[in-house]
Design a protein around this ligand. Structure first.
Ligand code: ARG
Ligand code: ZN
Length: 862
């Protein structure tokens, strides 16, 4: 088997409307693995039962497999044929049979990291969405649920640890080999199968569930990494307790294992009882992980744990329903992280991510509803829309009904569908019935792509003020016409002069294309606080002067709305500057200065609020993105605010940094604010800025401060920059996760020569296409650096296209993830757009392209 031949680029489109229940079910599966790094023998015994009356052959999917032997009910069987890469077994009139298939696979040559693969001597699996068919022939669809028994045998020295789903029920020795037998009592779809074999050490702990059952917990890592697993373990126990408390969900096995691997396409995977993680979401200690990394560990550990109910006990009928488990589970992990830290800051971070990753997707050629109607390659649909917009849709339901009724709805969902492969519609219906709400119109969120826009204006009649709303949902590929959405809009109105009635926090339901909402009596135009807490995932167009925004930034009682007001004020100022309208920066400076007054009590919130909007987000406000002007004006405003408030930034930096081991909200916030202050100060070009950054870098007792100082230095042109990069490299060259940061800060640099630096770094001995984290740390960071990626000569586009072409034969999933930035060509000037298209076409002209890249590149041209 070669990897290239196992992913044919025949673009077959699968449609949601074509769903048919499976012909055969498979109540039980026994797998027998004879483990070897470059040859693993897989014996599969499927007990199959026909679910329809008429005889029909058994269709088993395969990807790069050849059957070495097929037996039916113990007899050698010849009534089978290959149809493409699939195996069709003719079982005649049988209504039930035992089908045995032997295959041999080569984990070492599996560079796609899908199926069974080798990662530094370790054998591990990734089966979601369609990786199981790379291990053995199987229907490999999520609505076929089976009980698994897994036997694995391998060399004791090479594979001292043997893990699979469920419980280990037997083990033994056989010469230099040993073996283990695992059994998972819970029926599960094939995408939740997992196996790990290798030399691992464990951090053990336990958790007592609400009914008093003792669960053994294990986090398995390479020797030397076990000291960095404490935070993940705490996050796991916190998640288990939280899911009991908030959703009434108890863990259902006696064992819960997590394994961390370095080569992983995504963040992590929720395999039943055996989660497999990217090391970056497990390993953390103060010396090597930033506060952001710590929060990432906590959030992803929670996410995968929560899948045990939202994903595993209730799974998806088909992959069009992916958001059923992912949107709901992201909502659950967001709520958990909010409870563990600061709800306001968590909401700000989540909304920032939504705007950075999902809004552009919704506005571009790859826009799709959270429940897509068709796809060519399902791996391309693990998107910000399915995950993050999906979470927003669940959040809106929770907002509309409130926590108690929402809990009634989710209880009903879990009761009704436990053990089933369910649909998004099943979830909506359960909330509708359990919480008692009509979600008829709300269902459009599952059907229509695109970010709704509300155009707002205030109207007055005899002192009575009202809000006029005009809703539009923009056309998206395949959906030219849209219906208005139903959404909860939280708002409040304030009399800025203290006269008249203030309208306290109110939830209004927006349903129409136009709608008028009475606000009350005010002597003068009230300040409107709207979409508070980001109650709906929409874009609000609302003309407001700097005075009103500054007032809200200072006085709104909703912290998220305060943040929004200041961001809007910054955005308006920046967009005006980029459009050549010389603006007055006074209002922004004053508002930032005023916000900084709160630094002592809530540094985390203040750090978020005073941060300038990203270059990409500024671009999103413009008809045509001008990356160079945006870079210039954003740096200019940063310098202006830096200089005007210099004493305040210096005061923040003069204080002592909280000890890196202190992970309290306040300490994390303090470090975050110091990082922001340093960036503002450096932007002014103050003589001592580089020396100060270097001192912070050198004195840092942890990675948060160290990385922030390094990133600031990396933007500049000082000797300290070169020294710090070198020191950092020498110190961490043996730690892959930290070395990723070294690549990343350089690719994020605002320097004019960043593209050249990226080209050089791609030749660095530590750079490799074999590790997805490393690829993302260099090229993912580059596409996040707007002015560098969109350099006027098109060199950034060329680099990314070259990468996609080089990576696709090895790892199509990760290659395809790099394409969407090239698909944003409509948002740029003609010259850039032409070059971006040309690169997409150059990619598509390559022979033997994967289905993943073919789909993304061809759709990106439309
Ligand atoms: N279910 C995993 C998670 O979100 C993601 C797995 C994605 N796998 C893939 N091949 N795209 O928790
Ligand atoms: Zn997930």
């Amino acid at each position: 088997m070669t990897d290239a031949s196992s992913t044919p680029a025949i673009p077959v489109t699968v449609h949601r409307s074509d769903y048919r229940a499976p012909d055969w079910s498979i109540p039980d599966i026994a797998l027998d693995f004879a483990l070897g790094i470059d040859a693993t023998k897989v014996g599969a015994v499927l007990s199959v039962v026909r679910d329809i009356d008429a005889p029909v052959p058994l269709l088993l999917r395969g990807d790069g497999l050849t059957p070495a032997a097929v037996r039916v009910d113990g007899e050698v069987w010849n009534d089978w044929r290959m149809e493409g890469s699939d195996l069709i077994v003719d079982l005649g009139e049988r209504v039930a049979a035992t089908v045995e298939i032997d295959t041999v696979i080569d984990p070492a040559s599996n560079t796609q990291l899908s199926g069974l693969y080798a990662s530094g001597g370790l054998l591990c699996t990734q089966c979601e969405a369609e990786g199981f068919r790379r291990i053995t022939f199987h229907p490999d669809r999520p609505d076929v649920l089976s009980r698994y028994k897994v036997r694995m045998q391998g060399d004791k020295a090479a594979f001292p640890i043997l893990l699979s789903n469920g419980n280990c029920i037997d083990q033994g020795e056989a010469g230099s080999d040993h073996w283990a037998l695992w059994e998972d009592p819970w029926p599960k779809p094939s995408y939740l199968f997992a196996l790990v074999a290798g030399d691992l050490v464990v951090n053990r702990d336990s958790f007592t569930t609400m009914s008093g059952r003792e669960v053994e917990l294990g986090i398995w890592v390479r020797d030397g990494d076990v000291d960095r697993t404490g935070h993940a373990m705490q996050a796991l126990k916190d998640s288990m307790a939280w899911d009991e408390r908030v959703y009434g969900r108890e863990y259902d096995l006696d064992l819960f294992n997590i394994v961390a691997v370095s080569d992983f396409n995504m963040g992590a995977m929720e395999n039943k009882g055996l989660n497999i993680f990217n090391t970056r979401y497990i390993l953390a200690d103060p010396d090597t992980a930033t506060d952001v990394d710590y929060d990432g560990v906590e959030g992803v550990v929670a996410h995968e744990y929560f899948h045990n109910w939202s994903g595993n006990r209730v799974t998806c009928r088909d992959w069009f329903q992916l958001s059923l488990k992912e949107g709901f589970t992201v909502f659950r992990d967001q709520s958990f992280s909010a409870d563990m830290g600061s709800p306001a800051v968590k909401r700000i971070e989540d909304v920032r991510l939504l705007r950075a990753a999902q809004f552009p997707e919704d506005a571009g050629p790859l826009a799709h509803p959270i429940r897509p109607d068709s796809f060519q390659e399902i791996s391309n649909f693990y998107t910000a829309t399915i995950y993050n917009k999906g979470a927003e849709i669940i959040r809106m339901m929770a907002t509309m009904v409130g926590p108690e009724r929402f809990r009634k709805g989710t209880d009903l969902y879990f009761d009704r569908h436990d053990g089933e492969a369910a649909t998004c519609e099943d979830f909506v219906k359960a909330i509708e019935d359990g919480a008692g709400i009509d979600l008829g119109q709300f269902r459009r969120w599952y059907e229509q792509a695109g970010t709704p826009r509300l155009k707002l204006s205030l109207a007055e009649e005899g002192g009575h003020w009202s809000l006029d709303i005009v809703q539009t949902v923009p056309p998206t590929p395949g959906q030219p016409e849209k219906q208005p959405m139903m959404m909860p809009l939280r708002l409040a109105a304030f009399a800025t002069d203290g006269s008249g009635d203030a309208l306290a926090d109110t939830l209004v339901m927006v349903t129409g294309a136009t709608q008028r909402i009475a606000l009350g009596t005010f002597a003068a135009r009230p300040a409107l606080s709207v979409n508070r807490g980001f109650s709906a995932p929409i874009i609000v167009d609302f003309e407001r002067g700097p005075g009103e925004l500054a007032w809200l930034a200072a006085h709104d009682d909703d912290p998220f709305a305060r943040y929004e007001a200041l961001q809007q004020l910054m955005l308006d100022t920046l967009v005006a500057a980029v459009s050549g309208k010389a603006g007055d920066n006074r209002a922004v400076i004053d508002a930032v200065g005023q916000t900084l007054e709160g630094a002592a009590s809530d540094p985390a919130f203040v750090a978020e609020a005073v941060l300038l909007p990203s270059e990409a987000f500024i671009g999103d406000q413009m008809v045509t993105v001008d990356p160079d002007a945006i870079r210039r004006e954003r740096l200019a405003l940063q310098a202006t605010i830096g200089a005007a408030l210099e004493t305040k930034w210096r005061a923040v930096l003069a204080g002592k940094a909280p000890p890196a081991t202190d992970l309290s909200r306040k300490a994390k916030g303090g470090r975050r604010l110091r990082g922001v202050a340093l960036a503002y100060l450096a932007a002014t070009g103050a003589d001592d800025a580089s020396a100060l950054a270097f001192r912070i870098f050198s004195d840092a007792d942890g990675m948060t401060e160290r990385q922030a100082a390094l990133a600031t230095l990396a933007h500049g042109d000082s000797d300290e920059r070169i020294a710090a990069l070198d020191i950092f490299y020498q110190r961490y060259r043996d730690n892959p996760l930290v070395l990723d940061k070294w690549f990343q800060v350089q690719a994020w640099s605002l320097r004019a020569d960043t593209l050249d630096a990226v080209k050089e770094l791609a030749q660095h001995p530590d750079f490799t296409l074999a590790n997805p984290n490393r690829v993302r740390s260099l090229y993912g960071a580059l596409t996040g650096n707007q002015a560098a990626f969109h350099q006027a000569d098109g060199e950034g586009y060329r680099l990314i296209a070259d990468l996609v072409i080089a990576l696709d034969p090895k790892n199509p999933q990760t290659a395809a993830k790099m394409i969407p930035p090239l698909g944003r060509w409509k948002r740029f000037d003609d010259a850039r757009a032409a070059m971006m298209r040309a690169e997409l076409e150059r990619i598509l002209a390559r022979p033997g392209l994967s289905r993943d890249v073919t789909e993304q590149a061809s759709k990106s041209l439309l």
